[in-house]
Design a protein around this ligand. Sequence first.
Ligand code: NAG
Ligand code: NAG
Ligand code: NAG
Ligand code: NAG
Ligand code: NAG
Length: 558
Amino acid sequence: MSFALMGRCALLAFLLFICSAADDSFFLPPRNGTKGRDIALILIQGAKSPVLGYKPVLEAIQKASEDRIWAGAPQHLLDIAEIQFAQKVDDMLKRMTEAGMKADRFVLMGHSLGAVGCQLYLTGSGHGKFDALILTGSTILRRYRNSSLPPTLTLDGDLDGLLRVSRQAEAYFHQVERAGAQETLDRPVVILEGLNHWSFSSGPLPSNVASHDLRAEVSTVEGHQLIGEVVSDYLAATLGGSVSGKSRMVQAVQRTGELLQPLLEALKMEGYRHLQPPCNSDYPTNPTCQYPKYPDKSLLPPAGPPRPLPPPDCTCGSQWVEGAAAMVAGLSNDVTLTLKDAFHDVSDVRPFHLPHIFHPTPGTACTKPEGCTINATTVTMPVYDLKDALDVGLWPITASELRSKFKSRQAMQEAAGMQDVNFTETDGSNPRICQSINRAAYEWALQKASPKVRARFQQHGQLLSFAEDLKSGFGLMGPTWIHDALSFTVSEDKKMVTVQSHYFPTPNKKLGDVPFIETVGYHYCKLLSPARAMEWIYVDSLKEFYGTKNATVTEILV
Ligand SMILES: *[C@@H]1O[C@H](CO)[C@@H](O)[C@H](O)[C@H]1NC(C)=O
Ligand SMILES: *[C@@H]1O[C@H](CO)[C@@H](O)[C@H](O)[C@H]1NC(C)=O
Ligand SMILES: *[C@@H]1O[C@H](CO)[C@@H](O)[C@H](O)[C@H]1NC(C)=O
Ligand SMILES: *[C@@H]1O[C@H](CO)[C@@H](O)[C@H](O)[C@H]1NC(C)=O
Ligand SMILES: *[C@@H]1O[C@H](CO)[C@@H](O)[C@H](O)[C@H]1NC(C)=O
């Protein structure tokens, strides 16, 4: 027999096997003692997550609710909710109707990949078929943020290792904070502390979940009870107009806002691109930026305006980098600094974007630091992981490095009127400037993190340490600094990760009074974003020693 034929036979045997495999689809009629109209709730399974594992959480929802909930969980081919989606939903509704369901309200609930399928379905062929949507271990995808979905609850655990809590902070920003929807419950986000990705199901973890999830700190039974209460409140508030359900939901959303506060603050500090898009200082659309251009020159024809132009509430630059510029300067409090950052690709030369001291004007300096005012700019390029474009929440969402161009310590100190500033000492052979800024980002995040998260991190997380900066030189294509990445090196015992930056310093000349093509008075750094540090503390640092991949059965099934 040829290999091709053997392959075909194997495939046929495999297909026959799945087609004949038992269908575990099931539904639960309303529990005894409930009154009123029927509600149909269809749960869509996560990838490779057996439907029967969802039975306890559906029972917990029924138990918490006063409503007559018919809960159905269709099983999909290969346990992946995709091509048969609409048919599976219709079949389950039909089965429940045949069993006596008289529903006039329909709720779709999805877990993990199943919740992605729900969004695809409700923005497509299922449009208008459901009155509410509940996403668990998932979130409204960026591409559906502006789409019309039915009222949607986003419900997750803060220890979800597959859909990270930092991504839920982004969701909260758009769906609640920015929308001013704290009370209106338009698209509420509720994060339950101590629950993980698998808290929404039960039984053995599928391998993909086991390799990425964090350990739950709430037992499966207790978790299901908490989930049941939130879902029940949401259904009561959304479908039945229950006042008490609504007020409990408003409280849950408010608690979520408090829980996510450190992450949101860190994302804003970075200037995270998925809160507001970055501005373009060449085409200022946000009147609050007031970023002066330098050199505003181009050797080639300029690139022209971006289309579309950034919105008026775009993010001017990174607040963190503005603070970092003061650390680079290393001046006393006698000097008043006005520092402005702007986002640009650091390789862009159409036009060039360079940091600059606008005041004192180049060629001049203050007579002494006391009472001196320095106005200077910086340029930053946040670099994001390509995988984040998939928006699955599995990988870090924050910048992996900030490529920041600063005026050097020498240039700033000379502008402040200091005499005999030694370039070798301030910048040229000073491997501690970027290092100290990066350590400050880590300390900032540690101090802002909630006490509970900080304690968990200090006990179980991979801690960060900071090595001295490496000096980047010149390669064939110019300075190698652009591609010398901020590095993260894991220690042999895996308990520590060492962060190391690259710097690129150039000596100052004539107090900066030279044509822009002469590179004088710069200090470039690869910075750790405070948001990346925060995300590390909340999620990624825990995967090694506090993930489900490395846990005994008793540690997982608490
Ligand atoms: C619910 O009520 C039905 C019909 O009255 C009864 O047959 C069933 O045993 C009851 N179930 C429970 C769990 O009490
Ligand atoms: C979504 O809507 C907002 C507000 O109307 C708008 O600013 C934004 O550009 C839209 N985003 C997309 C991806 O269409
Ligand atoms: C420095 O910048 C601030 C803020 O943009 C501005 O108000 C001030 O006039 C500037 N000072 C000088 C001397 O340019
Ligand atoms: C600057 O500092 C370096 C290192 O301390 C020293 O070797 C050098 O002589 C100094 N240069 C001047 C001009 O003082
Ligand atoms: C799992 O974690 C424990 C500490 O909780 C550690 O001793 C062990 O080396 C880890 N195992 C692996 C495979 O990482």
